[in-house]
Design a protein around this ligand. Sequence first.
Ligand code: ADP
Ligand code: MG
Length: 233
Amino acid sequence: MQSVIHLENLRKSYYLGKQELPVLKGINLDIFKNEFVALMGPSGSGKSTLMNILGCLDTLSDGKYVLNGKDVSRMSDNDLADIRNQEIGFVFQQFNLLPRLSALENVALPLIYAGVSKKERNERAMEMLEKVKLADRYHHKPNELSGGQIQRVAIARALVNRPSIILADEPTGNLDSKTSVEIMHLLTDIHQLGNTVVLVTHEEDIAGYAKRVVRLRDGLIESDKKKEELITG
Ligand code: ADP
Ligand code: MG
């Protein structure tokens, strides 16, 4: 089976002046179609750095990243942006919706970059809002929605391009526990509809929704366990 994500000895350093800060120190990882993976690890262990590379928002320093069979390790920023628009749906902790736009306009935004006609944009955005059960709020601005509703709009936006992979970096980090459960049920539904989902969380309860848990420590994978192994210990 072909990996959706294939990483070989992936390394990433940040530079503060000439000072090198190595963050990812040789990650080897394969994620297959329709997996639901939780990425865990202490604060500062490199989870967001890894997600940003997986999402083609940042470039790697060394090693190899193959996304759906395409080697994206050394791609230019422009090519990476194209890949991102085609393949990736990103959900962030801080939601990142545009405050002046309605829910529908926020969801439709990625389709503008993809060059889709206005009629089709609105139809597809509405379809996604139905999927996250917010069709009746399509004209509301973010400040007229609750935190959980805003995150559902963000998830609808992440899905609208029909990406091959959904990346969610602490999607429940700003939500209360009841709303977090709703968002995790939604991500579970999305996974069951056939999407590959990678979720970052530092909460064991939230990671419990995933079928596989990968733990990072100091820029390396410390453990990688499927659900069955997690239950039997
Ligand atoms: P996590 O998401 O696991 O908390 P991050 O990937 O955000 O970890 O950060 C890993 C390390 O890299 C931290 O030490 C952080 O301070 C550092 N770091 C993250 N982003 C940058 C950046 N843009 N420039 C410099 N250092 C960074
Ligand atoms: Mg982080």
